[in-house]
Ligand binder design. Structure first.
Ligand code: AMP
Length: 638
């Protein structure tokens, strides 16, 4: 134990958080406001489902906005910076409050109530944040769909969520190019089997849009009608649903990750204190997008709950020049920054003088997450900005870091190549995939957690408890354990290293994509008989998708021109249905895929060949000629 009076170490805090789980989290729960106190801290009577802070009544919007009005009404809360449309606008907590209440009033006027779902399909504009917070205020469940997803992806999420309302915009803008949202939304609503009655459009004047009478409403018009209306906070029981966010897995259908209210608020408040060390009145800058979990936790809720101003940045790291992120740090005296390794690798290719141009003295640390952080990139950025660079590993499912260093508890040094140590609350184990036994230090195992999962983690899969149990808790033999589907290794000092996925999920520029989803999309093209998609290492994006396609009629790809045309068509199919984010970098045509005798596609071997590695054990292959074809296709493309 720590010497008397000395602060406990991270290891001690971690041990206590597991041993005295309930008293540990009851203490953390004091970081937020409760309208009614909770009784029982944890109900774990139905493993693996955990229910936190039973009977407590609270509200995320209250904790993120209203709570701060007394002490900091006139301090910045939401800072909108758009290099796309050249707008810079600061909303104080009082102004944010007003706008959220107006949005809430508009939603209520459209019939949205407690427990109803609202799909938010929006570019990075303030109204997107107002919409999320307005849902939280009235107890509606938001489901943000990343703006880069196209009509089919959106339609499948609409079908699963059955929303009462979709909030969207005429258009977004990326790298100076207008991206129309409304036509994609209209197409998605056509495809969806149960379209909502109402669609609310924020008209930015970027693209003309067609109004569907009786369904589409213009936000500015309705806002005017509800300018001064009051919408009180809806106090929710801690375990009511705050939001769902869809994430890819090994099947073609994304899962709706469902989060609660109280546990979510407590976990984020604790992470702001112990991990990000952000103080009220300071500024937080996450370069992510509200369509991802990082945007939920660390653009919107986390910083605001902590009383910090948060930057909502609509733009890329390179426009108008590669100094833009650091210029924003200087301009808003940012103290905590959060980005992704891909963004840093993009900057690494630019003139390094951009990093020395701005005053970064306010910045205490740069957090990076979402994909493996390679050591050269980590060293480069740490030296270039002269600040600690803190890797952190987590998932959409957990909502906050599983592995990192927690400088609010102990000043442990980060180690390059390692995202860090187990965070408090996570009973983390490395398990043997065949036996379920724990592996020793320096041995490879599946990164797993013994439930109950801590507050803030997903409650279940939206409307599908079975899928939650089947997907996450049924892969480790002999014991109930949550699998992260990542391989890992732990050194003797407790630092973990992530070694890649155990499943077929790939990670492109920090975004998780299921190869099945891309395969199903390619297979929807009438010329395709079957296909396989694998993730291939890429120096910029971490991984890219590469596709191998078997055509129904191979003569359709007989010559180079025909192949090129068909490749273009298949890529356009992915753009249209899934979004450009899922587009493979190459589509190769073969007449058969390498499979086992039982018909399973040998993805690992395909991936190895793409990365010019040894394809591994091929004793089960049905026809070795398939591998030869692959080699030839790759050789021809090289
Ligand atoms: P997502 O839920 O989309 O954020 O993806 C989570 C997955 O991204 C994890 O299961 C890992 O495979 C990967 N990942 C996230 N953060 C890191 C990190 N810091 N280091 C290595 N892999 C990471």
């Amino acid at each position: 134990m720590a010497a008397q009076g000395a602060a406990p170490s991270l290891k001690e805090v971690h041990e206590r958080s597991i041993r005295e789980r309930e008293s540990f989290w009851a203490e953390q729960a004091q970081l937020i406001d409760w309208n009614e106190p909770f009784g029982q801290v944890l109900d774990y009577s139905r493993p693996p489902f955990a229910r936190w802070f039973l009977g407590g009544r609270t509200n995320l919007c209250h904790n993120a906005v209203d709570r701060h009005l007394a002490a900091r009404a006139h301090q910045p809360a939401l800072i909108y910076e758009s290099t796309e449309v050249d707008v810079s606008r600061v909303y104080t907590f009082a102004e944010l409050h007003r706008e959220v209440v107006r949005m809430a009033a508009v939603m209520r006027s459209l019939g949205v109530g407690r427990g109803d779902r609202v799909i938010v399909y929006m570019p990075m504009i303030p109204e997107a944040v107002f919409a999320m917070l307005a849902c939280a205020r009235i107890g509606a469940i938001h489901s943000v769909v990343f703006g880069g997803f196209a009509s089919h992806s959106l339609a499948s999420r609409i079908d699963d969520a059955e929303p009462a309302l979709v909030v969207s915009a005429d258009a977004g803008s990326r790298a100076g190019k207008v991206i129309e949202y409304k036509p994609l939304l209209d197409a998605a609503l056509q495809l969806a089997s149960r379209a909502p009655d109402k669609v609310l459009i924020v008209d930015r004047g970027l693209a003309p849009w067609e109004r569907v009478a009786g369904r589409d409403e213009d936000y500015a018009t309705l806002r005017e009608r509800h300018l001064d209306e009051d919408v009180p906070i809806e106090w929710l029981e801690s375990n009511e649903v705050s939001y769902t966010l869809y994430t890819s897995g090994t099947t073609g259908t994304p899962k709706g990750v469902q989060r609660d209210v109280g546990g979510h608020a407590v976990a984020l408040a604790a992470s702001m204190k112990y991990i990000f060390c952000g103080n009220a009145g300071e500024t937080y800058f996450s370069t992510s997008d509200i369509g991802w979990v990082v945007g939920h936790s660390y653009i919107v809720y986390g910083p605001l709950i902590a009383g910090m101003a948060t930057i909502l940045y609509e733009g890329t790291p390179l426009r108008p020049d590669p100094g833009i992120l650091w210029r924003l740090v200087e301009k808003h005296r940012v103290s905590v920054m959060f980005s992704a390794p891909t963004a840093i690798r993009v900057l690494k290719k630019q003139d390094p003088s951009w990093l020395a141009k701005y005053d970064l003295s306010s910045l205490r640390a740069l957090f990076l997450a979402g994909e493996p952080l390679d050591e050269p990139t980590a060293r480069w950025i740490a030296e270039a900005i002269g600040k600690p660079v803190i890797d952190n590993y987590w998932q959409t499912e957990t909502g906050w870091p599983i592995l990192t260093v927690a400088h609010g508890i102990e000043k442990t040094e980060p180690r390059f190549g390692s995202p860090g140590m187990a965070m408090y609350g996570y009973d983390l184990r490395l398990l043997d995939e065949r036996t379920g036994e724990e592996v020793g230090n320096n041995e490879k195992g599946v990164v797993a957690m013994i439930p109950p999962l801590p507050p803030g983690c997903m409650q279940t899969v939206w409307r599908n408890d079975d899928r939650f149990v089947q997907t996450y808790f049924s892969t480790v033999p002999g014991r109930l354990a949550y699998s992260t589907f990542d391989w890992g290794i732990r050194d003797d000092d407790g630092y973990y290293f992530i070694l890649g996925r155990t499943d077929d999920v790939i990670n492109v520029a920090g975004h998780r994509l299921g190869t099945r989803e891309i395969e199903e999309t390619l297979s929807s093209h009438p010329a395709v008989a079957e296909c396989a998609v694998v993730g291939v290492a890429d120096s910029l994006k971490g991984q890219v998708a590469t596709a191998f396609v078997v055509l129904k009629d191979p003569s359709k790809a007989a010559d180079a021109n025909a192949r090129l045309a068909l490749e273009g068509e298949l890529m356009a199919t992915v753009d249209k249905r899934l979004g450009a984010i899922g587009r493979p970098n190459r589509v190769h045509f073969v007449t058969m895929l390498p499979k086992t005798r039982s018909g399973k596609v040998l993805r690992r071997s395909i991936q190895a060949l793409c990365e010019r590695r040894d394809p591994g054990d091929l004793t089960t292959i049905e026809d070795p000629g398939a591998l030869e074809q692959l080699r030839q296709a790759l050789g021809a493309a090289a």
